[in-house]
Design a binder for this molecule. Structure first.
Ligand code: CP
Length: 308
């Protein structure tokens, strides 16, 4: 089975069947990463462009490596080095890449909805690599892959997502994906960092971290996104860490053997204590490995759309 869709813009409208297909495909592809010959023909003849208007280490590099491992022709554009800096619009940039025969465009953009605009105006498939405060679907897929590898499934898990929920596209994509797969999601953080109308979303919300992590199977700490804060949302990073940071004492309130996750990049000593980030329960590096496998699967499935 293949995906029927042209684009992956978010997980809000992705079915449990599609998520399972992506995770199963990623699990099959993951062996390539530990092989001495990291080369397959899954994307031979396909052209992939990463178009990043915001900084990235993990997402951009994993898409680029995944493209190359699968024999695609891969190229990168950063906003500062492209004609965007001369005033070219996003739509014109997309049409230009279309005219060059690009099959997939991977876009990260500070504006929520930018990938959706691009998708409407391009023949190429669009993968959202993070848009503003909206979604980061491949991050949630790699998080789900990491959880599924550990627990064997996602249904019935309690996942506590703690920190700067307001600015987090990771929190939103995980909420949509995990609840579709039958997990329970609890968001915890200061009220100033909780999105408005979150009571209408399929999550439980609290400003008490201890309540959120108690009996959780997974504790996911989120980065404090100071670059998206106009000031005054938290008193100080030190105070934030003492009230909301994940430390050994708080992690011990979760189920025995609970996983500690973080999408990265991490602010050690702010949202997560350094000793547990490097501890036995941390799967932060495993998340990065899952990221390459998930991106291989998504690009493969989107470029084969329509095939059975
Ligand atoms: N998790 C994540 O999106 O990391 P980067 O910003 O490094 O891509």
């Amino acid at each position: 089975m293949m995906l029927a869709r042209k684009d992956l813009l978010g997980l809000r409208d992705v079915s449990a069947q599609e998520i399972t297909l992506i995770l199963d495909t990623a699990a099959q592809m993951k062996h390539l990463l530990s092989s001495s010959n990291k080369k397959s023909n899954h994307l031979t003849g396909k052209s992939i462009v990463t178009l990043f208007y915001e900084n990235s280490t993990r997402t951009r590099m994993s898409f680029e490596l995944a493209s190359k491992y699968m024999s695609a022709v891969a190229a990168n554009i950063s906003a500062s080095g492209s004609s965007v800096a001369k005033g070219e619009t996003l739509i014109d940039t997309g049409r230009t890449l279309d005219a060059m025969g690009t099959d997939l465009i991977i876009i990260r953009h500070p504006m929520s909805g930018a990938p959706h605009i691009l998708a409407k105006h391009t023949r190429a498939g669009i993968i959202n690599a993070g848009d503003g405060m909206n979604e980061h679907p491949t991050q949630a897929l790699l998080d789900m892959m990491t959880m599924r590898e550990h627990f064997g499934g996602l249904e019935g898990l309690k996942v506590a997502i703690v920190g700067d929920i307001l600015h987090s596209r990771v929190a939103r994509s995980n909420m949509w994906g995990l609840t579709t797969m039958g997990a329970k999601v609890v968001w915890a953080g200061p009220r100033t960092l909780m999105p408005p109308a979150s009571d209408k979303l399929p999550v439980e919300c609290t400003d008490c971290v201890e309540d959120a992590v108690r009996q959780a199977d997974v504790v996911m700490a989120l980065r404090i996104q100071q670059e998206r804060m106009e000031g005054g949302l938290i008193p100080s990073l030190r105070e934030y860490h003492s009230v909301y940071g994940i430390n050994a004492e708080r992690l011990a309130m979760a189920k025995p053997g609970a996983l500690l996750m973080h999408p990265g990049p991490m602010n050690r000593g702010v949202e997560v204590a350094s000793n547990i980030a490097d501890g036995d329960q941390s799967v932060i590096n495993a998340q990065v490995t899952s990221g390459v496998a998930v991106r291989m699967a998504v690009m493969f499935l989107l470029t084969r759309r329509g095939e059975r």
